[in-house]
Design a protein around this ligand. Structure first.
Ligand SMILES: [Zn+2]
Ligand SMILES: [Zn+2]
Length: 347
């Protein structure tokens, strides 16, 4: 059976097609179209990018972003097979990037290649988060205080670290508008001012989980936005009266505080070497084991040990409690009870 021969109506050449030959078909269609101009809005402060009306944090680098924007502006004909794209760019000004895009592939059995040019216009606009941040926007204030005392430097530092760690994790989870507006260290404690109720609640719960204490929330209506009532919440967080590691004097004994549970004090009895639970009572605070001094054990005589006071260089006799497992010429840590003129070994 003979193959039917056709002639191309445009160039008159032989062709196996009905109508135009492949070469004329390639010439007659626009197989590469690219938008000449693409805009990209970036926040100059934090580098977030606006897509439509939504801001998102972008983590990739500038060159990757350029390629993504440029390739998205290019469309090729559906019949193009094995398309390959390449790009060269230059920045004539800080807010313009010129791109040349090279495209090649196979079209109706013929190799084809073309280039097109496009411009990326970089626009700067403060994002939703940065404009709130610079305006000092806030929805909650966490007031960290302590019961019958002031929070110490260690607690203040710890509270701030917890807050900033939470901010980091909610930002990473995509909660763009949850951030810490500012932290104020005051005489009475620490005020953490935050931009959303959610981050305020998350931070205060985490502080209580790690450090104990109680929370009370005081919402206040401050206005309306988009038909929704707007509340500011003051979260009062009271740290427990005693911190972990505090040593207290109670009914002629010394205890190390290990934790607090709704009014109960979980303690370690520093004479018996056992854990215990104490109820409310009149405790006298001696100090915290973090501030313990270190001394040499000079001798052991049955249940008496000699301790070399590192300040006065006197040797003081103390009870060598069994749980301490003291040994001569080793170190032991202690606190001083100035009121009773006692040395309290803490291990
Ligand atoms: Zn032809
Ligand atoms: Zn920003």
């Amino acid at each position: 059976m003979a193959i039917q021969e056709n002639f191309c109506p445009k160039c008159g050449g032989k062709t196996a097609n009905e109508g135009l030959c492949n070469k004329c078909k390639v010439e007659s269609i626009e197989w590469l179209i690219c938008e000449p101009r693409v805009e990209c809005v970036i926040c100059p402060t934090c580098g977030s990018m606006k897509r439509g009306s939504i801001w998102t944090d972008v983590t990739y680098d500038r060159q990757q972003l350029i390629e993504e924007l440029a390739f998205a502006a290019v469309s090729v004909h559906n019949d193009l097979e094995d398309p390959e794209l390449a790009i060269s760019t230059r920045d004539p000004t800080p807010n313009r990037t010129h791109c040349i895009i090279y495209v090649r592939g196979q079209l109706y059995g013929l190799p084809v290649q073309k280039t097109c040019e496009l411009k990326i216009i970089w626009k700067k606009e403060n994002c939703d988060r940065c404009s709130r941040l610079s305006g000092g926007y806030y929805e909650s204030t966490i007031q960290v205080r302590a019961t019958d005392r002031k929070p110490d430097a260690y607690e203040r530092e710890r509270v701030e670290k917890i807050a900033y760690d939470i901010e980091e994790s909610v930002q990473e989870a995509g909660e763009r508008l949850s951030f810490i507006t500012r932290v104020d260290n005051t005489r009475d404690g620490v005020d953490i001012v935050v931009s959303s109720h959610n981050i305020g609640d998350t931070i205060s719960r985490q502080i209580v989980t790690e450090m104990g204490g109680k929370i009370t929330r005081h919402p206040k209506l401050v206005g309306e936005r988009d038909g929704r009532k707007l509340y500011r919440i003051t979260i009062l967080l009271r740290l427990p009266q005693f911190r972990k590691g505090d040593v207290v004097f109670f009914k002629k004994r010394y205890y190390e505080v290990r934790g607090t549970d709704s009014g109960l004090l979980r303690v370690f009895d520093l004479s018996e070497g056992i854990s215990n639970v104490l109820h409310d009572g009149e405790y006298r605070l001696i100090g915290n084991i973090r501030d313990a001094e270190s001394a040499d054990v000079t001798y052991i005589d049955n249940d008496i040990a000699g301790i070399l006071d590192p300040v006065s260089y006197e040797i003081k006799d103390v009870k060598a409690q069994a749980w301490l497992r003291l040994a001569a010429h080793e170190k032991v840590r202690f606190l001083r009870d100035k009121e009773e003129d006692e040395i309290i070994l803490v291990g």
